[in-house]
Design a binder for this molecule. Structure first.
Ligand code: BES
Ligand code: MN
Ligand code: MN
Length: 465
């Protein structure tokens, strides 16, 4: 496949400009104000798949945003790769922290990306990474190098919990049947150290409300005599971790699978520079569960974090008030074998149990999902590993990620197939943050590497039969 290099240099500018056009559409799934833009993005993906060489493309309507489906079936007896990605993006807020507007992409050099990076919301998560697959497919079709069948399933609700996709997958098992699922929606260690993501954490996301008096009160007239919901909420939240940073919810760890010493030793071999890590975040110390190192804390251990907390007066100046209510959004990252519905229930029970007299507590579950681990002795992993060896000249390191893509475990249950996570982003690409970007080098490297996966997978699958 020597001509992938030639293809990339010949089409480089077009490949970049097409992605930039896609990034200009603000497909923020969380905010109804952008609903037309989300729909327009689905249309743009439809057109991209058709132009790239799919024989059949459909906009599949759902109760939420549509799923774009495309396929090229060369020969039903050949293996089929199902590519999943998402065209929706996170809200760009806080806008004032962006150096350039989030939906007006610009290319800028950075220390880590000397060849330039595209700055825009969705550049890395996930429009840029999803589009690598469309362009790798385009190359294979145009140059007659597609070795197998391909199906694309690109959704528009990933950032808000993939609600419609669950139903879509359950009712389209035949249509989505495949031999392997391929996703680029994660990261790698660095441009010098390629890695393949072998695990994702699960998630339980809840919103809590503590209600005290029936109205906001004068904090002088009533202060000291009635429970202040913000004080109470702060205390309750603080009690959810003990002095070792263990989570105190009874039963929370019951199903957690502890890694063997062997596995932990292997994990510790992955390159990691703690000083550089602290420096990149401007912190003087890391923080977390006692007995585990940073790379374990953020990947193989469950967590509980407040994502937002509000109540009372937060405007200009001072207002003396005891608020009627206090609120917080809390996420729990889960590890394989923890069931997100069970954990959500344990949280609800515990949070209600620790509420003191004088306030009422309510917990509203938002969404969640199971974790996932890919076996590294699977031919899908081997194919990915071979692909990276070809284009990076190095064997990729298997690495479990702390992030979540809840539908991956659903794919395994409903479609009975494994997922391979070939991510080309870097942690420093600032996904979900202001100034999200994706290296031009990474984008092109992804397009270069993906066709080798198809080639290796098709070969290994034939050997297996
Ligand atoms: N692509 C991310 C998940 C991710 C990023 C996994 C980097 C591993 C490495 C995905 O779009 C995402 O943001 N997922 C959410 C959960 C979802 C249910 C909103 C997350 O992890 O917070
Ligand atoms: Mn994503
Ligand atoms: Mn995301």
């Amino acid at each position: 496949m020597e001509d992938i290099q030639a293809y990339l240099s010949e089409h480089k500018e077009r490949l970049i400009n097409e992605l930039i056009d896609l990034l200009k559409i603000p497909s923020v799934s969380a905010d109804p104000a952008f609903s037309q833009d989300v729909l327009d993005t689905a249309d743009a993906v439809y057109k991209a798949l058709a132009d790239a060489g799919c024989d059949k493309v459909e906009i599949c309507e759902t109760e939420g945003y549509p799923i774009v489906y495309g396929e090229k079936i060369k020969d039903p007896s050949l293996p089929t790769v199902l590519v999943y990605g998402h065209y929706d993006v996170q809200p760009p807020d806080p806008l004032n922290l962006w150096n350039s507007p989030p939906f007006e992409p610009v290319i800028q050099q950075t220390e880590i990306h000397p060849e330039g990076a595209i700055f825009a919301r969705g550049a890395c998560d996930d429009k840029g990474q999803m589009y690598m697959h469309v362009k790798a497919f385009e190359f294979m079709v145009r140059q007659n190098q597609l070795p197998c069948n391909v199906k694309f399933m690109i959704e528009g609700e990933e950032e808000v919990g993939s609600n419609s996709l669950v139903e879509f997958v359950r009712s389209n098992r035949e249509k989505l049947s495949n031999d392997i699922i391929l996703i680029s929606d994660t990261g790698m260690i660095s441009n010098e150290i390629p890695s393949i993501t072998t695990g994702l954490r699960g998630l339980s996301y809840v919103e809590v409300t503590v209600t005290g008096p029936n109205r906001d009160l004068h904090s002088g007239l009533y202060g000291g005599a009635v429970a202040n919901p913000i004080n109470i909420l702060a205390k309750m939240i603080a009690s959810l971790h003990d002095e070792n940073n263990h989570i105190t919810i009874p039963g929370f760890y019951d199903k957690v699978i502890e890694l063997s010493d062997e596995e932990r030793k292997l994990m510790a071999e992955a390159p990691f520079d703690l000083d550089a890590y602290k420096k990149s975040l401007d912190i003087n110390a890391v923080h977390g569960e006692i007995g585990y190192v940073t790379n374990e804390r953020n990947a193989i251990r469950p967590t509980l974090d407040v994502n937002g907390i509000w109540g009372g007066y937060t405007g200009e100046g001072a207002k003396t008030v005891i608020p009627s209510q206090a609120h917080a959004k809390i996420s729990m990252r889960l590890v394989p074998n923890q069931d997100w519905k069970e954990i959500t229930e344990l949280f609800c029970k515990h949070f209600e149990a620790i509420a003191p007299e004088g306030v009422r507590v309510s917990v509203r579950p938002h969404h969640g999902g199971q974790g996932y681990v890919t076996p590294i002795d699977h031919i899908g992993y081997q194919a990915a590993s071979e692909a990276y060896e070809k284009t990076f000249g190095k064997t990729p390191v298997p690495q479990r990620s702390g992030g979540s893509i809840p539908i991956v475990s659903l794919f395994e249950n409903e479609l009975n197939s494994k997922t391979i996570l070939m991510g080309f982003g870097l942690d420093s690409d600032a996904i979900h943050s202001p100034n999200e970007h994706f290296g031009v080098w990474n984008y092109l490297k992804g397009i270069e590497t993906i066709p080798y996966f198809y080639q290796s997978f098709t070969r290994l699958k034939a050997l297996e039969n």
